[in-house]
Design a protein around this ligand. Structure first.
Ligand code: MLC
Ligand code: AMP
Length: 484
């Protein structure tokens, strides 16, 4: 029987998870995850049911997510900072049978009925990797509220095996990361990846360069981070030789979720004596490309496709482009076992991104070299913003801002930012120019109603938005002339 986490079936005393001061061996994790699975059975949760978990950065959260995987239950990971507007959408769309939290008091203002995750033990069930959804991950689109991507266990297993080959990732490795546990990067790669190879995860509950350095010094061999974190590590490392030494001690530094500027590559290389291996992926497809650990990093490139991933570049009519000149631009399309099942309750949205032959259209624009390396150059839509590695849809932020009676019109864009990659900026036409709304209140409405990382970092009042002859807002003009 092919298992998702083989080492949990024959658990030993090797370190599986370290979260702050709490550590679990594989034997302890197996019994704790088995205990959670037993609890689900008592609650009459059946394989295939959906159960939500507030992903507070706690070892109990990881135990519950592993328990769901062993029980065949679909996890719906919730960002612990979700505000009522976005949370309401997710709970009504996903309709989970139960909501769990390591610390229910911290989320009682939004889910009064969240169940605690007490420590109990039972034998871990065994479950073969199958087509059933393992995860329901919410991801933003250009308009409307986030869509739930159904990710089967089969995709997670295939993708992690491809990454293990690309990075020579083995049970001798200890991954360090400080990423949130409600997205692919932190949850699938960081947590499930470590457990699938039988290695350890040293999870840092709150990102800081010093905490990353401490986890690397404690035995970490690989670091997974977003470009914003590398930028902050470079800033801190240039001032602190101990931090530079900790980075130099890892065998592999990996960046993803957004493009790592060549400048940051060079800074890390200068500090650590080693650059950063980039990989590229999406919630819906998991990881598509990775620079191989057997060779040097390649600044500006995300490497060739993983084993098992079919990739092509296509033109505006979705016709394949054969060029391998690192100049011809096409949209990245991928096919293979890592592609998701579809969006929950959204067959229309699923059909828009996946064709009848199984090709998934990413919306990312790229070139390809003669040796197959992909360089991500941009995105088809100006309405998708990547800030700090988080995807944010302009439409969801605009809809939230338009609720303010003082806002007549609004256009949200991502402007270049040295730290965040892109910074969310809202161009607002006030209903009454003499008494515009309070910018801090507008920012707060997004931070508290949706989630803090979707908040505009800046509000600019303008008398009108640039529009074309059809009346459509020309966001490219706001990019070119951010004064509005
Ligand atoms: C600020 N805060 C507010 C607020 N303003 N809260 C309420 N109201 C307001 N108006 C709070 C925040 O909640 C937070 O609280 C603190 O202030 C700082 O917030 P921040 O400034 O937004 O954080 P920042 O420093 O910018 O975070 C940087 C970061 C983060 C790098 C740590 O962006 C991050 O974790 N990124 C990872 C994203 C990721 O994992 N993406 C993967 C997607 S999967 P507090 O309490 O926390 O201090 C994917 C596929 C793939 O893309 O390829 O991987
Ligand atoms: P998400 O929906 O949060 O999973 O974000 C997926 C998007 O992140 C992709 O479509 C890309 O635009 C972007 N992305 C992920 N990794 C990289 C990378 N290494 N370089 C550039 N963009 C990336």
């Amino acid at each position: 029987m092919a298992l998702l986490f083989p080492r949990l079936a024959f658990p030993d005393d090797r370190l599986a998870l370290q979260v702050g001061d709490a550590a679990l061996s594989y034997a302890q994790l197996a019994r704790a995850a088995g205990g959670h699975a037993a609890r689900l059975a008592e609650l009459d949760v059946q394989p295939g049911d959906r159960v939500a978990v507030w992903t507070q950065p706690d070892v109990a959260t990881l135990v519950a997510l592993v328990g769901h995987a062993l029980a065949g239950v679909t996890s719906v990971p919730l960002n612990p900072k979700l505000g009522p507007r976005e949370l309401g959408h997710i709970l009504s769309d996903a309709a989970p049978a139960h909501v769990f939290a390591a610390d229910p008091a911290a989320v009682a203002d939004r889910t009064p009925d969240a169940k605690p995750l007490p420590h109990r033990e039972a034998e871990a069930p065994r479950r073969a990797v199958d087509e059933a959804p393992l995860l329901l991950l919410y991801t933003s689109g250009t308009t409307g509220m986030p869509k739930g991507a159904l990710i089967p266990a089969r995709a997670v297993a295939a993708n992690l095996d491809g990454l293990a080959r690309a990075w020579a990732w083995t049970d001798a490795d200890e991954v360090v990361h400080a990423l949130p546990l409600f997205h692919v990067h932190g949850l699938v790669l960081g947590a499930f990846g470590s457990l699938r190879v039988g290695g350890a995860l040293r999870y840092v509950p709150r990102f800081s360069p010093e905490a990353i350095a401490a986890a690397l010094d404690a035995g970490g061999t690989m670091l997974f981070a977003v470009p914003t974190m590398y930028h902050r590590l470079a800033d801190a490392g240039e001032a602190d030789p101990a931090l530079a030494k900790a980075l130099a001690g890892a065998r592999l530094l990996v960046s993803g979720s957004a493009g790592l500027p060549v400048r940051e590559h060079r800074r890390i290389e200068a500090l650590a004596g080693r650059g950063v291996h980039e990989r590229y992926g999406l919630t819906e497809t998991l990881i598509n490309c990775a620079v191989r650990a057997s060779g040097p990093p390649r600044p500006g490139y995300v490497g060739p496709p993983l084993d098992g991933v079919e990739l092509r570049l296509v033109d505006d009519d979705r016709q394949p482009l054969d060029a391998r000149d690192d100049a011809t631009l096409g949209e990245v399309a991928v096919r293979g076992p890592s592609v998701f099942l579809g969006y929950l309750n959204r067959p229309d949205a699923t059909a828009a991104v996946r064709d009848e032959e199984g090709w998934f259209y990413t919306g990312d624009l790229a070139t390809r070299t003669a040796d197959g390396a992909i360089r991500i150059v941009g995105r088809r839509s100006v309405d998708l913003i990547k800030t700090g590695g988080y995807k944010v849809g302009a439409g969801e932020v605009e809809a939230c801002l338009l609720e303010d009676p003082g806002v007549a019109e609004v256009a949200v864009v991502g402007l270049p930012d040295e730290d965040l990659g892109e910074r969310i900026v809202a161009f607002v036409v006030p209903r009454d120019a003499a008494t515009p709304p309070d910018p801090a209140a507008l920012i707060d409405a997004v931070a508290k109603g949706l989630t803090p990382h979707k908040r505009p970092r800046e509000v600019r009042f303008v008398s009108a938005l640039p529009r074309n002859a059809m009346g459509k807002v020309q966001k490219k003009k706001l990019h070119a002339d951010p004064s509005g």
